[in-house]
Ligand binder design. Structure first.
Ligand SMILES: C[S@@+](CC[C@H](N)C(=O)[O-])C[C@H]1O[C@@H](n2cnc3c(N)ncnc32)[C@H](O)[C@@H]1O
Length: 279
């Protein structure tokens, strides 16, 4: 849901307090603006509690990081916008640690192929990675561009970008793709990984047991390459507005791997243009 500019003005007013599960707006709003603010906060899951000891919008969860993301993006995932669930800081920390992205080893070329507003990509830059981001949504891509910290910001459909459009493979891929097509995103992202690379992805927990062909093949790939599926605590994405259970998948392209990564694609013979017109 987009946050209207005047509502954003109220939420970013220095007098407004966003603390744990509450938002306090301790100043008068005219009726129409109050209605718009109230509608926005209700859509984010809050409800007005007018008791004298409270007098705040109260949420069923901690909303500090959710609201920080929402204010930065000028929008938030609501029940009408199912594709964008920013990764909460505790999960981001785990993703980056598993990917070995740290200040100790700066300069790792890293791809975030469905970057939202940079909840993973931003902290990766802060830890010294050189990060390229892709994001389908125009508005979120412009937010990423505005950060001015990424090597490259591409607005578009990641699934339609050819891996060889990059001269060499990335050292790391970190991602939390749209769950509606999660494994297509992960398979495509593997094609951007160089040798000795690591991909870490947030995924829905059902990749562990679903019998679809994509899931079966994905589990076989992980098994063959000593990959891992690490469960995340229940409700890890609660603050982002969803209770779907999640895991982290880790895959590496170590020595002897047979993953169709960037180098594999680069080794493929160029298609002969058998049907091309004669000169
Ligand atoms: C679950 S959100 C996660 C955002 C970000 N990765 C994070 O961790 O906060 C998925 C994001 O993928 C974007 N997206 C969906 N389909 C995409 C596609 N085909 N190519 C690139 N981005 C896509 C959505 O707009 C959304 O911002």
């Amino acid at each position: 849901m987009k946050i209207l500019p005047d509502v954003l003005g109220v939420l970013t007013d220095p007098r407004t307090v966003i603390e744990r599960d509450r938002i306090y707006i301790p100043f008068e709003l005219d009726n129409r603006l109050y209605e718009r603010v109230n509608r926005t906060l209700r859509e984010a899951g809050g409800r007005w509690d007018g008791r004298r000891a409270v007098r705040a919008h109260v949420f069923p969860r901690d909303i500090e990081s959710f609201m920080a993301d929402a204010i930065a993006a000028g929008e938030f995932p609501s029940r009408y916008d199912t594709g964008w669930y920013p990764t909460p800081p505790a999960v981001v920390e785990q993703v980056l640690t598993l990917a070995g992205i740290s200040e100790k080893y700066p300069g790792k070329t890293t791809l975030e192929p469905s970057a939202g507003i940079g909840s993973i990509a931003g902290p990766a830059v802060a830890r010294g990675a050189v990060v390229d981001v892709v994001e389908l949504d125009e508005h979120r891509a412009s937010v990423l561009d505005g950060h001015g910290v990424y090597r490259r910001v591409v607005q578009g459909d990641f699934l339609s970008i050819a891996p060889l459009s990059y001269g060499e493979g990335f050292a790391r891929v970190v991602m939390n793709p749209p769950f509606s097509d999660a494994l297509s995103h992960v398979s495509h992202a593997l094609a951007f990984l160089g040798d000795d690379g690591v991909l870490v992805s947030v995924l829905p927990e059902w990749v562990n047991w679903m019998s679809s062909r994509a899931c079966v093949e994905f589990r076989a790939l992980l098994k063959k390459h000593d990959g891992e599926i690490i469960p995340l605590p229940q409700s890890s994405f609660r603050d982002a507005g969803t209770n779907v259970n999640t895991v982290l998948a880790v895959v590496s392209t170590g020595p002897g791997h047979t993953i169709r990564n960037h180098s594999w694609h680069a080794r493929q013979p160029k298609q002969l243009d058998l049907f091309g017109s004669a000169a």
